[in-house]
Design a binder for this molecule. Structure first.
Ligand code: ZN
Length: 54
């Protein structure tokens, strides 16, 4: 499941959320801190976070 970095526009908290593509497309992401749906996606996350298990 892809991870998305979001920044809440209400409380300013950045959250790393695991969403399915469908959830991402439908925009169901909510801030875990305050419950706001006014989230701004941070573009950097998706590429930067590669987990290498070796
Ligand atoms: Zn918030």
């Amino acid at each position: 499941m892809p991870l998305y970095d979001y920044k809440c526009l209400k409380c300013g908290k950045e959250s790393l959320l695991a969403l399915t593509l469908k959830e991402h497309e439908t925009g169901v992401a909510t801030c875990p801190a305050c419950g706001s749906k006014e989230l701004e996606q941070l573009i950097t996350s998706f590429i930067a976070r590669t987990s290498s298990k070796s």
